[in-house]
Design a protein around this ligand. Sequence first.
Ligand code: UDP
Length: 407
Amino acid sequence: MDTESDNLLKQYSKLLGNKVIKRVQKKAKEFENYNILHINATKFGGGVAEILHNMIPLMQELKINVDWKVFTAPEKFFKISKKMHNALQGNMDIKFSDDEISSYILQAKSSYEQIRPDGDFIIIHDPQPCPIIKFAEEKKGKWIWRCHIDTSNPNPHAWDLISEYLPLYNALIFTKREFAKEDITTPIFQITPSIDPFSEKNKQLDENIAKEIVEKFVPLDLPLITQVSRFDPWKDPLGVIDVYRKVNEEIPIRLVLIGSLAHDDPEGVKWLEKVKNYAGDDPSIHILSNLDGVADLEVNAFQQVSEIILQKSIREGFGLTVTEALWKKTPVIGGNVGGIKLQIENGINGFLVDTIDETAEKVIYLLKNPKIAKKMGEKGREKVKNEFLLITHVEKYLDLFKNLSNP
Ligand code: UDP
């Protein structure tokens, strides 16, 4: 008999076939009575919150007891943790004062006391709560640290701050094996992030409806080139404006920069101002955020209606926005870095680029060759279907739980 809670699995079954769903259900059955706990820093903004919001209902539908908790922390802590994020992604100029270091660790103690993590598998996301494990009096379950950022070339001071906690974990997850430093002794697993194809952000929209949504914000008189990203230096929003200016000399376009302000990202407001100043009063540059009413459905529509999606990151753990756009058959031009390289096959479903000139050149090429752009978009959807859907992600977690349960 159909029940409401069958919903997601039914939809996956239609998309991928029943065999895949049965396989995942069989794996999930082994963990039916287990308790899984995810912990991270924020319920809103950025890729981690996006994934967890979607993953929890799917795991629940698979009858897994799963919970997601966030800790609260003062503004000061998020300034330190953003510094750490930047340093771990490779900003070598950053240094930490003794006061900052002790605040980071003291916050982990407080986070531990707030949450009292308990479960068979406790998954700690990202560096902010990494030291929580140090305060666990008794480690009953298996503890997993899930790193979502590109730590392939970290600032050594920042790496020292987290590396002492890594041996306390039972397993570490990185988006790419190469993001993990070679001297790590804890077992490492490579798991890529994913999107929920049925969510408000990714569900198929009728073309006219999608256009109507976009037109509430931006006229559709010229081709749209869009980047959806937090306002953050690693996402290179100023470089994107340079690309727009170069392209615009040859083909008139509109540039849309959509960026939500994440709760754990104190740099967002400052960078939004920077981006606005850099754009000046150009009426063809549209800077939008959640404060303008651009939420999941609107992001979806922009990703579907835009001719090209850019993700011109300089460092990128994964870049869910790339997968989101590929799923909508929109070709993506992305920075030739980190997790973007797992998603874009250069020249097949988009382009990987290193410079502003190269990006502008590829934008012009795709605008002049719509048939090729369409083909690339179709390849993009296949790639996501095969590798980056949430159900595949959950299956990889189940395989990891199994692995950790069999010593
Ligand atoms: N996002 C959004 N609105 C915005 C900007 C970003 O909903 O204005 C979403 C975006 O669609 C994606 C996530 O936030 O799902 C960003 O994840 P990504 O991995 O690309 O980058 P992160 O912010 O984690 O570095």
